[in-house]
Every structure is written in structure tokens, then in C-alpha cells.
Design a protein around this ligand. Sequence first.
Ligand SMILES: [Zn+2]
Length: 294
Amino acid sequence: MKYTITDFRKDYATENQCLDRLFQLKYGKLEACPSCGVINAKFKRVPKRRSYWCTECNHQLYPTAGTVFEKTTTPLTHWFYAIFLFTTTRNGVAAKELERQLGVTYKTAWRMAKQIRLLMSNGPVEMLKGEVMIDETFIGGQEKFKHRHKRSNVDGYMKRIPVFGMMEKGTNKMITKVMKVEEIKAAHLRPIITKSIDKDSIVVTDLFRGYMGLDKEFKQHETINHAQEEYVSKNGFTTNNIEGFWSSLKRMIRGTHIHVSEKYLPLYVNETAFRYMNKDKVDTMFNLILKKVS
Ligand SMILES: [Zn+2]
């Protein structure tokens, strides 16, 4: 079933509802009060504070302690709504958009967006296996061809930045890396590939020289000759999924953010990967992000 804005509005209309959710995520499995040790102790809200008190010993628990919400005076309803937006959009959310929709300052909106992107960043992914597509793309770099007034910064154009990626077919699990142009070669890519993908996998790539010799490292290496307008290998393998991912990433950067600095590019790549892996599962994404908070 789809998690809609109507569901969201019902679930998280008030500060209390949001805080209750955080409490449930952080302390839901608590068997005893951490202070008095009473089994199944009851906790109640402390009015006007972001805390709950144990009805046995008065000890207080703060569900936002140690989270991105701890020091913020921004209402939790704002945070929750911003997270909801990030999980429902296809092309990302610009800080400007948060500023407009929430009525917060640009600075606050920018900080919130950055924090949410960090929460969307996957932690270390286990080794990819099965069928794995390997590919690289370049972000930016074409802006010098645009009219001067359309360029995104005074330097003229956004630097051309390579992004390297490996995607497990079926799960869309990904390992990505923002790189330097001179690193896009076999000597640099090979160790990353062999460290990230199980030896018994089938790897699928194009004919780029950096991928030559992978047949010696893996069970099977399928190649696709893009130069010959070939999109399926002789045995029926493709890299379509990872190419779709690059398109999403570029659409988000071009359409929503226009310019992304090298420093923050990994965050945008992770954000797109997170969304790609959990495609069409808004409630799953929403809950995954909240779980990461607590
Ligand atoms: Zn207690």
C-alpha cells in the first residue's frame, strides 16, 4: 500500500506524535527502566520538554539526545515533513524548496537538507554478489558550451568529476565512489572492484580498458560494446540499471540543484542510490531514515 501525504499528515501532525515515534524507535524495545531497573516501567511525556519520565523513579529519557534533532529548535514536524519530501520526490529537494514550504531561513533549510542527505547515505554495504554491473560516468564539465549568463559559477563551468559505481542486479544495492579523472584506470579501479564484489559473481561492463582482465578475477565477465550501439551482451546481459541510475543522478543535479560542488557530490550520489534502492517504497524509506536518526 502506498504511503501518501494524507497518511503522513495523520501520523505526524503534532510535535507529540513525532516525539512519540522517536521514543518508540529508540526505546521501544526497552525491557526495563535504565535507571531503576523496574521491568516494563511506564514512561510518560514531560510537558513542554522533549522527554519522558519513568513513573517509578522519575528518571527522564530524551529520544532526541545524540540525534540530529537534539540541538535544533526547528519543530520536529518540520523535520519529519522535510524527510517525507525527500522520500517522495524523484529529483531531490532543493534547500530553496524547503525554505519556501516550511517558512524557515535558507540557512536552516540548507542545514536540514544536508542532515537528511547524511541520513540517506548508506553505511558500509556488504560485498555485492550475483550479477553486478560496473560503470562510470562524468558529472558536470559541459557548461562551458552554455551561454555565459547561464553558467553556474564565475569560474565558467563546473569541474568534470568522475563517479564510479557498482550495482547488484535485483536489489539495486550499490557501492559508489566520487573520483578524480586520473583515477579512472585499471590500476586504481581493480582493487576497489575486487574488494567490493564477491569472486563468484558475474560482472557486466562496457569495453572500457579499465575493466579489461576482470574475467580472471570473477566467475564471468560480460562486456557490452556501447561504441557499436550494442546494449545487450551476446549472452543477454545489460548495464541498463546502472545507466538508469546515472540518468537519475544527472537529472537531479541538473534539474534541482543546477550546481553541485565536488565536496558535496558524494552526498548527492548516496541520496540517489538510497532512493534508487528503495524505489516506490516511501514508507520504507521514511522509516529507514527515522531509524537512522535514533
Ligand atoms: Zn525508572
